[in-house]
Design a protein around this ligand. Structure first.
Ligand SMILES: Nc1ncnc2c1ncn2[C@@H]1O[C@H](COP(=O)(O)OP(=O)(O)OP(=O)(O)O)[C@@H](O)[C@H]1O
Length: 256
């Protein structure tokens, strides 16, 4: 058993406008460890601090208290080990698919030939061969999210953070991409954290679901999702009684 902990939080809290009359405690006392190869979903009622927690875990915003560690290093010093993808794909419209996928590698200073080789390998492995020189504006929403995911993968992070990555997509595209992303994360042996409003998505994708309480968000429950990859088949899953039981359990826990 490896003692590698891809990501860990210690007593994490965020308070906006502390000490003022507008003080808002977004969440407090968040402690958890992500296991190697694990997908952890975070769900909770609206306003419980999910997006803020995501930003802190991604190192985009400091915590008021506590720390996030990526393989034992504080996240703010662990550049490149955490990759993230947001609901909005944030592709640069003037860059083609290849140059969008290779963006992070370019920022890191990698030579053109090398970064194009990595980008083209991802593009052809994950279903966009032939679109290397297309501009994002000519692609469907699902294709754009796939490009955004490849851009995240190109940097080969240990941990991938996903914030509502599929919520703007239609049902079919969302289902397909959930399944693809599950396969890619498993194949590349990454760990991932998925923040979502959609408890069906949490059950479909995650090995474990963290349920946050109403604001200030605290960990109310951690639920292991005991479904095999085969059982997570998007067509079969919804009629699986285990899926339905987890869905109902999470719905009750959310206390909406
Ligand atoms: N920059 C900020 N300044 C002050 N308060 C903020 C700020 N950002 C968020 N908040 C407050 O912190 C709380 C948590 O917000 P956050 O967006 O993290 O919740 P959420 O769970 O992601 O919400 P939703 O599910 O509705 O997207 C909310 O009450 C929000 O109004």
């Amino acid at each position: 058993m490896s003692d590698f902990t891809p990501l860990e939080t210690k007593d994490l809290s965020v308070t906006f406008n502390p000490g003022s009359e507008n003080e808002v405690v977004a969440f407090s006392d968040i402690n958890f460890s992500l296991k190697p190869d694990e997908i952890l979903a975070i769900v909770g009622p609206s306003g419980c601090g999910k997006s803020t927690l995501f930003n802190v875990i991604a190192g985009l915003q400091p915590a008021t208290e506590g720390e996030v560690y990526v393989d034992g290093t504080r996240v703010l010093e662990a550049r490149g080990q955490v990759g993230y993808m947001l609901q909005k794909d944030m592709l640069l419209p003037w860059r083609n698919v290849r140059d969008n996928v290779a963006l992070g590698l370019e920022v890191k200073g990698m030579a053109t030939a090398e970064r194009y080789e990595i980008a083209d390998r991802l593009i052809s492995s994950y279903g966009l061969k032939g679109f290397e020189t297309s501009k994002p504006g000519t692609l469907s929403g699902g294709m754009r999210q796939r490009v955004a995911f490849m851009r995240t993968l190109a940097l080969d992070p240990d941990v991938i953070l996903l914030d509502e990555p599929f919520s703007a997509l239609d049902f079919q595209t969302r289902t397909l991409l959930q399944s693809e992303v599950l396969d890619i994360i498993a194949k590349q042996r990454k760990s991932a954290i998925l923040v979502t409003h959609d408890i069906g998505e949490a059950v479909t994708m995650a090995d474990r679901v963290m349920v946050l309480s109403r604001r200030p968000g605290r960990i109310k429950h951690m639920i292991d999702i005991d479904l095999s990859r085969e059982e997570r088949d998007p067509v079969m899953l919804r009629s699986n009684t285990k899926y339905q039981e987890y869905f109902q359990l999470l719905w009750a826990e959310l206390d909406i």
